[in-house]
Design a protein around this ligand. Sequence first.
Ligand code: NAP
Length: 273
Amino acid sequence: MTILVTGATGNVGRHVVDQLIRSGARVRALTRNPATANLPKSVEIVYGELTDPQTLVPALDGVTAMHLITFNGADSAPLQTGAEIVALAEKAGVRKVTLLWNGERGPVEEAVEASHLEWTHLQPPVEFMSNAKEWAESIRSEGVIRHLNGQVLSAMIHEADIGSVAAKVLMEDGHAFKSYTLTGPEVLSIPDKLRLLSAEIGRDIQFVELSAEEERTKMRQAGIQEDVIEYVVGWYANPPEESYLLLPTVEQITGRPARTFAQWLAENREKFI
Ligand SMILES: NC(=O)c1ccc[n+]([C@@H]2O[C@H](COP(=O)([O-])OP(=O)(O)OC[C@H]3O[C@@H](n4cnc5c(N)ncnc54)[C@H](OP(=O)(O)O)[C@@H]3O)[C@@H](O)[C@H]2O)c1
């Protein structure tokens, strides 16, 4: 049984690959850049471009289950080629698929749900712990974080927990046609996160709270598009309840508590020093 992981070089995909290997699966990883994929030796790395589905034919050969991203490129635009990908997957004999949530239903979800594939949605309506990497440079250079609305609470999730859930779903029966909403084990404000970060690296970190206009200026200087800026500012002004509501799903499926932010920081300490 070969399991194909798309998005395998991404924040989540690397953990899906790792957790599948730990569970003894034969893993094939899809990437547009095999030369720079930097994945474990036991992984078979294959070229594939999800916007050009015919390139997936060799990657799907012999595959019975697959982890499928639902977005294209760095800006997370919904992938439009869902119908073609699903048709090729069914033809190749794929039976089961996990779908990584992109914030809303798009062409991939629609095509998978209309197919004969056994699908499972993995929905983290919370931020990934890896978003903290965005702070690394200003912590290293100035020991400061500047951000809008520090009191906003987040049930952030360790990407390895998404990987652990994906591996269970792909390798066990009993998860077909279910949507799993996944969160971390604790709810943290930005000052809470900085206290943990500070303890991990042994250095004080100052938090400077920005106004909405100051946040817009910061994001414009970082080259972020206006629609994304407005989305972020609006989200921080009125965060949806699901972004800070704790759920036991990770533990229920994996049999172990969801990983903490302190654990993520210990694993990623060198990025901040
Ligand atoms: N960050 C958050 O807080 C958060 C929270 C909830 C949900 N999400 C969702 O999570 C997803 C992002 O996951 P992530 O952080 O793991 O992604 P990521 O680190 O940005 O990685 C993107 C991966 O997708 C692959 N990829 C992108 N376009 C492709 C294409 N056209 N063909 C083949 N491969 C393609 C890339 O592979 P190569 O470059 O190697 O080809 C890369 O492995 C988005 O849908 C986002 O909406 C994010």
